[in-house]
Design a protein around this ligand. Structure first.
Ligand code: SF4
Ligand code: SF4
Length: 179
């Protein structure tokens, strides 16, 4: 670059800048403009969530996890991993997740980065074994699909036994009876 160009270039930049005006704002003292399409942190409504785990399966960076214990299932959301793709919102069957435009997530307390929703697991009415369903999930399924009294609140093993018994009764009479 010649000496003259070296002098002229900054002057050109100054002219363009003076025409454009100031483009930055004094954040955080001034509110930034956020587009309507902006995707921020998600919020999960604990009163709506049924603990089905669909959002966990859909979450690309595993920001959502289902932690299983003896009698509980806990949905954990870690915002530190969230990429704000909002796929979880699309798959939630009960509309429990909503997107916000919140991006101000800095905190001194790491615990602020986690949200927890705790669900009770269903116990089998037959053998007392804890099943994979949550109580809310069972209620949701029973409202949506017809399941006979014989089969609900039962673990898969007990359901299988009841089903086999019902089939054999249809063919041969009650199990153990001679035909
Ligand atoms: S917004 Fe995307 S990354 Fe964040 S929890 Fe939902 S699915 Fe996971
Ligand atoms: S998909 Fe919805 S209902 Fe199912 S666990 Fe996630 S937030 Fe709860």
């Amino acid at each position: 670059m010649s000496f003259v160009k070296k002098i002229i270039k900054p002057v050109e930049v100054l002219v363009v800048a003076s025409k454009t005006g100031r483009v930055t704002i004094k954040y955080p003292f001034e509110e930034p403009w956020i587009s309507p399409e902006f995707r921020g942190k998600i919020e999960i409504d604990p009163t709506k969530c049924i603990g089905c785990g669909a959002c966990v399966n859909a979450c690309p960076p595993n920001a959502l996890e289902m932690i299983e214990s003896e009698d509980k299932k806990t949905l954990r959301y870690f915002v530190g991993r969230c990429i704000f793709c909002w796929r979880c919102i699309d798959v939630c069957p009960v509309g429990a997740i909503k997107g916000t435009r919140n991006f101000e997530l800095a905190t001194n307390d790491p615990l602020d980065l986690y949200d927890y929703i705790v669900h009770n697991r269903v116990k089998c009415r037959e053998c007392g074994k804890v099943t994979g369903e949550t109580t809310r999930m069972l209620k949701y399924v029973l409202e949506k699909a017809f399941v006979t009294e014989n089969y609900n609140n039962k673990c898969p093993d007990c359901r299988k036994k009841i089903f086999i018994n019902a089939i054999s009764m249809r063919r041969t009479g009650p199990v153990g009876e001679k035909t």
